[in-house]
Design a binder for this molecule. Structure first.
Ligand code: DAT
Ligand code: MG
Length: 140
């Protein structure tokens, strides 16, 4: 059975542009329940750790710099089939390829500054949620 939780971050570009409220509204309208949430800022070190899987990619330095450039909203979301349904809601990595109505189509600037993160597997949803939240910060 597919897991019912995923992890998200509203990225610095979308926070800076004032889209936190609109993005959370889309998330709620799509049927996701927020079980953990914080407004925080990643250090370059923490951003590097979070995206360590991409450390060999040419855009890694840019990605770490961008993700530590300003505050983010981190959250754990609950819904049946959470990972896949949330990836559908956010749209393709490159907003130019994202379907109309998806969060990235509506709010992302470009492939590097693409408004929002969504976990790509149940396993990573758990790892990423645990990276940002302790047990007492999660309200099931
Ligand atoms: P996603 O965030 O859709 O899961 P990913 O895991 O492949 O995409 O990459 C993580 C982030 O890295 C992505 O949200 C933005 C950045 N990124 C990916 N590909 C990029 C590229 N070709 N140029 C610049 N940044 C890129
Ligand atoms: Mg990814």
């Amino acid at each position: 059975m597919k897991g019912n939780r995923t992890f998200t971050m509203i990225k610095p570009d979308a926070v800076k542009a004032g889209h936190i409220g609109a993005i959370l509204a889309k998330i709620n309208e799509a049927g996701f329940k927020i079980v953990a949430m914080k407004y925080t800022k990643l250090s370059a070190e923490k951003a590097g750790e979070f995206y360590a899987v991409h450390s060999a990619r040419p855009f890694y330095g840019e990605l770490v710099e961008f993700m530590s450039s300003g505050p983010i909203v981190a959250a754990i979301l609950e819904k049946d089939n959470a990972v896949e349904d949330f990836r559908d809601l956010i749209g393709a990595t490159n907003p130019a390829d994202a379907k109309p109505g998806t969060i990235r189509a509506m709010f992302a600037k470009n492939i590097g500054e693409n408004a929002i993160h969504g976990s790509d597997s149940d396993e990573n949803a758990t790892i990423e949620g645990t990276f940002h939240f302790s047990g007492t910060e999660i309200f099931a």
